[in-house]
Design a protein around this ligand. Structure first.
Ligand SMILES: [Cu+2]
Length: 220
């Protein structure tokens, strides 16, 4: 009886440890990113600089072929998708997209929402929507009503990026927009384009693992 109980306890502990490792795997990744404050005048705004790449590369992840967001911190690109942002602040986002066009299944998501002024810019030109088939990714914080479609690089563009972080000399689209953080909270953000090449319906792997195509915004 004592031996059976010991085996049962050992089995329960083994399962608990396995679950712990699995949760660690799902939520793991680099330390949260805290963007630098914006102007020194005290204006409540900050800059958040991102890039999206077709394959993150072995320098940044063991899953080198996974599609990913990267964030720039002190001039260095990191793979981190958990960001700490101040409350009630305008966040000026610059996103350099080096990835191709995957296409949105739901064209509704090709319309920008929740951004200041109702528009974003593609290479400096104002826009409010894109061709859903030309979407590479989206940047969305559903709880804040924010969504911006990210235009993909065309297949025939010269100088495609082949190693992340991608240098600015390689083909990219520059997407800029501003959103307001609002009150304190813990919000999920994610991409809605089925961009995970090689996974069922494009929604596995990097689309459901924090640290690639989704993460969290801690508004403090
Ligand atoms: Cu994506």
């Amino acid at each position: 009886m004592g031996a059976k109980l010991a085996i049962l306890v050992a089995a329960v502990l083994a399962v608990a440890v396995a679950i712990g490792f699995y949760v660690g795997f799902l939520t793991g990744g680099p330390t949260p990113y805290r963007p630098p404050a914006g102007s020194a005048s005290g204006a409540r705004s900050i800059d958040l600089t991102l890039q999206t790449v077709a394959a993150v590369g072995s320098k940044l992840s063991p899953n080198k072929n996974w599609v990913s967001y990267l964030v720039r911190e002190n001039g260095v690109w990191h793979r981190s998708t958990v960001w700490t942002l101040p409350a009630n602040t305008l966040v000026h986002v610059t996103l350099y997209n080096f990835d191709g066009q995957s296409g949105l299944r739901n064209p509704f998501l090709a319309q920008a929402r929740g951004v200041v002024g109702g528009t974003f810019a593609i290479n400096g030109k104002p826009a409010s929507t894109i061709d859903p088939d030309a979407a590479s990714h989206t940047f969305a914080i559903p709880a804040l009503g924010v969504i911006v479609p990210i235009l993909g690089v065309t297949d025939d563009a010269p100088k495609q990026c082949d190693d992340a972080p991608c240098p600015m000399s390689t083909a990219h689209e520059t997407i800029t927009f501003t959103f307001r953080t609002g009150k304190k909270g813990h919000y999920r953000w994610q991409c809605f384009v089925p961009c995970a090449a090689g996974f069922v319906y494009g929604f596995g792997g990097p689309m459901q693992t924090v640290g690639y195509m989704d993460g969290y915004v801690n508004v403090v």
